[in-house]
Design a protein around this ligand. Structure first.
Ligand SMILES: [Ca+2]
Ligand SMILES: [Ca+2]
Ligand SMILES: [Ca+2]
Length: 530
């Protein structure tokens, strides 16, 4: 009986996250019912309709702590060639990392007491300060000696919508320091403001990209009166707002925008695109709105038409039919993005899937990443979102390829799924865990809604072509934790990742489904034995 109640609660909660739009709308009760049916059907659909698809996806090697009797944790077909024992000892230092070398990490608590910590980064100066953005509208500082400072660096709660403590995808969602912050004190935030007067009636809120500057007399305080709103984007629904903004190695600011919200990329504020099989299509549309895209703007110059930012001359749609701010299209909810601070500085974007698949893409100029034609590498159907279509186009109406993700895994709505929402991370470039160098560490928000059951994953580029190989990452010391004995998982909701200037990584969690309370924690990823 208890399992049944939990199951029903899970279904109701999933419909809240995946299908419903504005949670405060009175239509919630009617919107929930069909979603309940859909979700309840998911396990059988996935089991009977997609065996072929399942077989082509990456193999998830169970971590040794989860299943001591499991076969080799590394997937044999994809593990890089291991140096043979007959090789001279001189080459031992060159032995490539295998998945078996990267199955476990340790987590060291750095700071706690946050509500909903959603971004962490080190200022690009010599101060050694870590900045933590909290969804409720505050930016806090962890000093170089590890102290969480009491006074916020910035508090913009009074400029935001009131976030719903039960669940909300709005709030302060992104923070980025100007590359020359040490000399110019400029930084940028992405947050959800109340709907502006000129927006379409009945829409939900207006996303702001704003610039602030640090106070002239106190480096630990921003000047609250320095706000300069660079970009406003009206949002038809409360959810799918993207979030993490970042400067690329080119000095331009990248801004991820979701498809506008609700589910399926249809409904109020969702335009029609070139693909008639599926309704809606802010993700595929280039010209009618900026939703469903990654933008790239120049914050150091003003636009010719009076905008507070300029368009980089090499943006892919300059002089074309699409909006010139757009860098890439085809996203549902690109909540987290990051640039590799080493290697080729690739841009990694996690895109939260709907009912079946979660994905991470490596994003390039002018790329089309598929939504709502595809959910990860699978053909999406707005009419039957719990069953992938057997086929769909491989390119859009302009001949652009629909680019598959580098990583995908099944949503926990389906049996065997690993979680409900992918949380993008970073390419590890630190020195504390050298075996992780060049690997992408990311995770999933939770497998269920109560209690939080977030996961950490690690992915490795394949030898040649195809998707990256991923596996779960066990947290040392959590092997006997709740909710599942020997899970090795976080035992909390995973909200985000951060990276400092040394390339070390951080994990941001909370015990709450929504932005409430003070259970938010920041951990540093450390070797398991430390
Ligand atoms: Ca369409
Ligand atoms: Ca669009
Ligand atoms: Ca995609």
């Amino acid at each position: 009986m208890r399992r049944l109640i939990l199951f029903l609660f899970l279904i109701a909660a999933i419909s809240l996250l995946m299908a419903c739009g504005t949670t405060e709308e009175p239509a919630e009760a009617t919107a929930t019912s069909p979603a309940v049916e859909e979700v309840a059907e998911t396990p059988t659909m996935a089991a009977t309709a997609t065996p072929a698809e399942t077989a082509t996806t990456i193999t998830i090697a169970e971590t040794p702590t989860t299943e001591p009797t499991a076969e080799a944790p590394a997937t044999p077909t994809v593990v890089p060639t291991v140096t043979a024992t007959s090789e001279p000892t001189a080459t031992e230092a060159m032995t490539p990392t295998t998945l078996a070398d990267v199955s476990t990490i340790g987590l060291q608590l750095v700071a706690e007491g946050f509500t909903s910590p959603i971004a962490l980064m080190e200022a690009p100066d010599e101060s050694g300060r870590l900045f933590v953005a909290d969804q409720i509208g505050q930016i806090r500082i962890i000093s170089a000696d590890g102290e969480l400072m009491g006074e916020p660096f910035l508090d913009i709660q009074d400029r935001m919508v009131d976030v719903n403590e039960d669940y909300d995808e709005r709030g302060l969602l992104g923070l980025a320091f100007h590359p020359d912050f040490a000399s110019n004190g400029r930084f940028f935030v992405y947050y959800s403001a109340p709907l502006r007067a000129e927006a379409s009636q009945g829409w939900n809120h207006t996303s702001h990209i704003s610039e602030f500057t640090v106070s002239t007399d106190n480096p630990d305080t921003a000047d609250p009166n320095s706000e300069r709103v660079l970009l406003q984007v009206d949002q038809p629904q409360s959810n799918h707002n993207g979030g993490q903004i970042a400067f690329g190695p080119d000095g331009y600011l990248y801004v991820p925008l979701g498809d506008g919200g609700e589910a399926n990329d249809i409904g109020l504020g969702h335009v029609e695109d070139w693909y008639d099989v599926n309704s809606g299509g802010n993700g595929q549309d280039l010209a009618q709105n900026l939703l469903g895209s990654i933008l790239r703007i120049d914050v150091d110059n003003e636009g010719a038409n009076g905008t507070a930012y300029a368009i980089p001359a090499d943006n892919p749609f300059v002089g074309q039919a699409g909006a010139e701010e757009i860098w890439a299209i085809g996203f549902r909810n690109p909540y987290r993005l990051s640039f590799d601070i080493g290697g080729d500085n690739a841009l990694f974007v996690s895109d939260a899937g709907q009912n079946l698949w979660e994905e991470v893409s490596m994003v390039e100029s002018g790329g089309n990443y598929g939504w709502n034609v595809k959910e990860a590498s699978h053909c999406f159907s707005t009419a039957s979102p719990n069953a992938s279509l057997p086929e769909c186009p491989n390119e859009d109406a302009d001949g652009r390829a629909l680019i598959d993700p580098i990583i995908e895994y099944q949503n926990a709505n389906a049996s065997g799924g690993l979680g409900l929402v992918v949380i993008g991370g970073n390419v590890y470039r630190g020195s504390m865990l050298p075996q992780f160098d060049g690997l992408y560490i990311f995770g999933d928000w939770s497998r269920a809604f109560d209690p939080g059951d977030g996961s950490l994953f690690v992915a490795m580029p394949p030898d040649e072509g195809g998707m990256w190989v991923m596996q779960e990452l066990a947290v040392a010391g959590n092997e006997s934790g709740e909710p599942e004995a020997a899970s090795g998982r976080l035992n909390a909701f995973l909200l985000s990742f951060g990276q400092d200037n040394d390339g070390e990584m951080y994990v941001l969690t909370t015990d709450m489904i929504g932005p409430a309370g003070n259970t938010g924690k920041v951990y540093k990823i450390v070797p398991p034995e430390s």
